[in-house]
Design a protein around this ligand. Sequence first.
Ligand code: MLC
Ligand code: AMP
Length: 500
Amino acid sequence: MSENLIRGMLRAARKAGDMPMIIERGVARLRFSEIDAATARWANALTGLGARVGDRVVVQVEKSVANVLLYLACLRAGLVYVPLNTAYTAAEVGGFIADAEPAVVVCDPGKREAIAAVAGRARVATLGADGMGELGDLAEAAPHGFATVERGAGDLAAILYTSGTTGRSKGAMLSHGALASNALVLKDYWRWEPGDVLIHALPVYHVHGLFVALHGALLNGSTMLWHKAFDADAVIEDFARASIFMGVPTFYVRLAAHAGLTREAAAGMRLFVSGSAPLLEATFEAFEARTGHRILERYGMTEAGMIASNPYEGERRPGTVGFALPGVEARVADEEGRELPRGGPGVLEIKGPNLFSGYWRQPERTAEEMRPDGFFVTGDIATMTADGRIAIVGRAKDLIIAGGLNIYPREVELAIDAVEGVGESAVIGVPHPDLGEAAVAVVVRSDPRLDEAAVLAGIAERLARFKQPRRVVFVEALPRNAMGKVQKAALREAYEGLFE
Ligand code: MLC
Ligand code: AMP
């Protein structure tokens, strides 16, 4: 039997019939009844460009209806979808292309020249936010029939890049089976029901917006109210027409600060989900006081999709991420992978059908994070109660999460260290009222004339804007321990009040 993930979506679409699949600013942009023919046309366009089963398709385009069709067409044609953050610079995109070796690269028309210069042997095709561009034109003219490619559960559907703590990116390989199992578990766990309407305001190049939100709506045949980017005014306005909202904590911080967030405004909503970074208890409480809704916090990561969730009906406890999802095993372990007694902190390890299939062409790095018994080492520090409730209390990995986006300090340090006049640097995350955490660079100068602007200018072409430190501070020397390792905890403490 084919386990191509698209099959379940096409089945749900047939049931949903003429219902809108995507509504943008009040206008139905796509109906469920249209997606069979539309994805067939897009699949024909991709194969017309030379993409064959198993080939990678690297995609860096603005969030759009056409982008969704492109993703679904990749599934349908057995191509491996590789989405990239639109904020990545051409230099960063070039690195991903060199690693993924795609047959086709799809980019915004305005970036064609810059991307073509780093695309190597891949075919480059453009796709604008409105569906215009070379690929849009090809899809428009392509035949309406396409035989869905048979896929087994282990065949790859997507590769999502996550940077490593060494600064080098790793492509997490995600199979049709892993994505389907996670989506079906969430459909039950969060009680998706007929008639649910999802407000989709997340980007569609990460797990949260692409898999958790999009797959949920598509497998349930639910209409999505489509927001190109998060805007608190527009989201609150849509509460009256929707039932589910998903966001990163920054979305909830901004909603809670908005005068329009009231009990009446949110009265028709059924479920608010938060994840991708820790939700502060203060945000949870402010949101409940204003709306009466208790936000359901869940926890996940690129390599595993969703791992744990607060219950739908039981207690949604702030500061915790609930219980391991059905089918997922979780343990809190010491550095050797031995399970620790319940209650104390340790590294969270997990196992289940949701797990990735390894890092693309990096078996040695996959092996570093997998235990012999199949558990994956998340790098998050957690506690677990006797009845299995998990709280994420820290990170063993050197990672900053700003506004739900990951910043790997090592990658930023390498870029800063290459700037003329820099002796050495340490990049840390410090509390930020809007983003949760923000990156700060602590720099030792080799040239005393170096200033903050020069450091930032020196990395502007290399790193996406969101990775660039919000502040650069200069010190005489970095604090180091007896082993010579930079004491980041001491630096975090020294600068924790920087954004208050
Ligand atoms: C934008 N900027 C950021 C940023 N987003 N800087 C740090 N962190 C971020 N997250 C920068 C911009 O480059 C710009 O720089 C300035 O901040 C303001 O830009 P903006 O476009 O006005 O920002 P805004 O639209 O308000 O974006 C903030 C945001 C967005 C929080 C709405 O980042 C967002 O949608 N985040 C969600 C990310 C996400 O989907 N994460 C899920 C990962 S999946 P300047 O100074 O040049 O103007 C995952 C697994 C799981 O983690 O469990 O889900
Ligand atoms: P990513 O690699 O982008 O998928 O990010 C995954 C990381 O986000 C996890 O390893 C956690 O550190 C963090 N994360 C996701 N959800 C939560 C949450 N609810 N609470 C705390 N951290 C979270």
